[in-house]
Design a protein around this ligand. Structure first.
Ligand SMILES: Cc1ncc(COP(=O)(O)O)c(C=O)c1O
Length: 405
């Protein structure tokens, strides 16, 4: 059999994060006492109010048939109100499309915007799925390498350096998976400056972790900057902030001309998002208290976990400003992030995701999710400490990263 497959799809590499999540699951199934910190799935149950609303949706309301393609009006309306009030994004329900998950919202938006050969700037390290979605849509992902030492800050010059006449889109993701950085005002202004200089470029802003922000900081939406708002596609979803990963619910907010294209593709691919799931989403938008409690819990875990990790010789980790990932640098000579990851699976029975899976800028880093119990996190830190001792890293070697012989 010699079938010719779509080249763009055939060349896709499997998702590294899914690979490591599955590795931990398989080890557990074999009875191995492993702590899986690879996944990005909140360990909290979905708040009851949300489940009740969905149950009512599928029973009393009989919301079990096709809905209007772009989403039920009540939800699109409520999302628009939320975006106006919380994110200062000027929009109405006409700008909203409800999708099964943020990932689908991203896929549809990219697919609707790109022509063959269009270039898309990804601020690396970046979420594992952007580049594959871009390349499978005929586009070319272009890395903008941000550096650990500069705390992954970016400016317009870094974007300019890789911009060509084919540049079509910049993808940003704040709070960032994997680095935990949030968007700061000065960087938002750099983006505005860049976009004003390139009138054919759009921004896709993935804000799925927007409510998981620490130290009293506030989330900034780039769509709130009026001068460029007509070229911003905002993506959000319910998975992370409302602990609804399995529900598959997200949305796109885009200027009408852009949304029209996204929605016409969407109608042929998906028809609509499940109605009773959307009822759940409507209830989720009023779960401020419940989401706030989860955020507080993540903050406590962040503080304890990062503190414990930083006490281990050879390891350094900045306190993430948002999302629920520790982005940990292992100052170990002669091992790349994949080897460090395998070493920790072998020696500590702790599973993370190698930093190099997130594009450039993740050298010697591992991502560990703290959407896991405090008990597991503390145990993981202890095990990592014991494993690191086997490498004989001394204080003298921390600066160079060299191990003693
Ligand atoms: C940065 C980022 N964007 C989007 C998604 C997709 O989330 P979902 O499709 O569950 O809404 C994820 C999930 O891991 C993510 O980390």
């Amino acid at each position: 059999m010699s079938l010719l497959f779509n080249h763009a799809v055939e060349n896709l590499k499997p998702s590294e994060s899914i690979k490591y999540i599955e590795k931990a699951k398989l080890m557990k199934m074999q009875g191995i006492d492993v702590i899986g910190l690879g996944g990005g799935d909140p360990d909290f149950p979905t708040p009851k109010k949300i489940c009740d609303a969905a149950y009512e949706g599928m029973t009393t309301k009989e919301n079990t048939h096709y809905t209007l393609g772009r989403g039920i009006p009540a939800l699109r309306n409520r999302i628009a109100r939320k975006l106006n009030e919380e994110n200062t994004i000027k929009c109405t329900e006409e700008n909203i499309l409800v999708t099964p998950g943020g990932k689908m919202a991203i896929y549809n938006s990219i697919r609707a915007m790109l022509n063959e050969g269009d270039e898309v700037l990804c601020l690396d390290p970046s979420w594992v799925s952007y580049a594959p979605i871009v390349s499978s849509s005929g586009g070319k992902p272009v890395s903008v390498e941000l550096s650990y030492d500069n705390n992954y800050k970016f400016n317009a010059d870094l974007l300019e350096a890789v911009t060509t006449e084919k540049t079509k889109m910049v993808i940003i993701n704040y709070p960032c998976n994997p680095t935990g950085r949030i968007l700061h005002e000065e960087e938002a202004l750099e983006l505005v400056k860049y976009l004003k200089a390139h009138e054919n470029v759009v921004i896709l802003s993935d804000e799925v972790y927007e409510k998981i922000i620490y130290d009293g900081n506030k989330h900034i939406s780039i769509g709130s900057y009026g001068e460029i708002a007509d070229r911003v596609i905002t993506i959000n979803g319910f998975s992370k902030c409302a602990a609804m990963t399995g529900w598959r619910l997200g949305y796109v907010c885009a200027p009408k001309e852009i949304l029209k294209r996204i929605a016409s593709l969407w109608e042929h691919i998906m028809t609509c998002t499940s109605g009773f799931i959307q009822d759940g989403g409507l209830a989720a938008l009023d779960c401020t208290k419940e989401m706030g409690e989860m955020q507080k819990c993540y903050e406590l875990r962040r503080n304890a976990f990062i503190y414990a990790l930083n006490k281990i010789p050879g390891i350094s980790c900045k306190y993430p400003e948002g999302a629920f990932y520790a982005w940990v640098k292992f100052n170990i000579d002669g091992m790349n992030s994949y080897e460090i990851c395998d070493f920790l699976i072998e020696e500590a029975r702790v599973v993370g995701v190698p930093g190099d899976a997130y594009g450039l800028g993740g050298d010697k880093c591992l991502r560990f999710s703290f959407a896991n119990s405090m008990e597991d996190l503390m145990e993981a830190a202890k095990r990592i400490e014991i494993a690191m001792k086997k490498l004989n890293i001394t204080d003298n070697h921390l600066k160079t990263g060299k191990r003693s012989k």
